[in-house]
Write a protein that binds this ligand. Structure first.
Ligand code: DQA
Length: 146
């Protein structure tokens, strides 16, 4: 069985409490369940993690180079700041799908730049929690096509 790893960065544990206009009303637990159901429908295992600590996030990506076949990543605010996460993702050989709940290109200018997009095979943003389903489906599609 192949494994899709879903990574969530800072403040995403607070989904459900964050501005619903940007992030919807679903909790991270709801998002996890959606990802899990989608991966299982497609015949893949899923691991799901969230952390507010950048080093832990990077360690998780390193571990994924050994244990996962595809990555779905919402790095939250680190998307716009972290060369270290960019460098860690470069070590991962499988498909990478970047996802954001909000439409990062319709918000403040500083959110328009992503250090992850230049590495990701695809970017899904502005589709809310449903975007995670689309991201897992696309990761599965890329895995199935190999
Ligand atoms: C986010 C967008 C980021 O700009 C923001 O810092 C987040 C969440 C999103 O999912 O829309 O924390 O990644």
């Amino acid at each position: 069985m192949t494994t899709i790893a879903v990574f969530n960065g800072p403040n995403l544990n607070m989904l459900g409490k964050r501005d619903p206009d940007y992030y919807g009303t679903e909790t991270l637990h709801d998002v996890e369940q959606l990802c899990r159901d989608t991966a299982h429908e497609e015949g893949h295992d899923l691991v799901f993690m969230q952390t507010n600590h950048e080093g832990v996030f990077i360690d998780g990506i390193h571990e994924a180079t050994r244990t996962a076949d595809a990555i779905v990543i919402n790095a939250g605010a680190w998307t716009h700041t972290s060369i270290a996460i960019h460098d860690a993702l470069e070590l991962f050989e499988g498909p990478v799908v970047e996802v954001h709940l909000s439409h990062i290109h319709q918000r403040e200018d500083f959110r328009s730049h992503s250090f992850i997009s230049m590495i990701a095979d695809a970017l899904i943003c502005g589709a809310g929690a449903h975007g995670y389903r689309l991201a897992v489906l696309h990761a599965a599609h890329l895995l199935n096509g190999r």
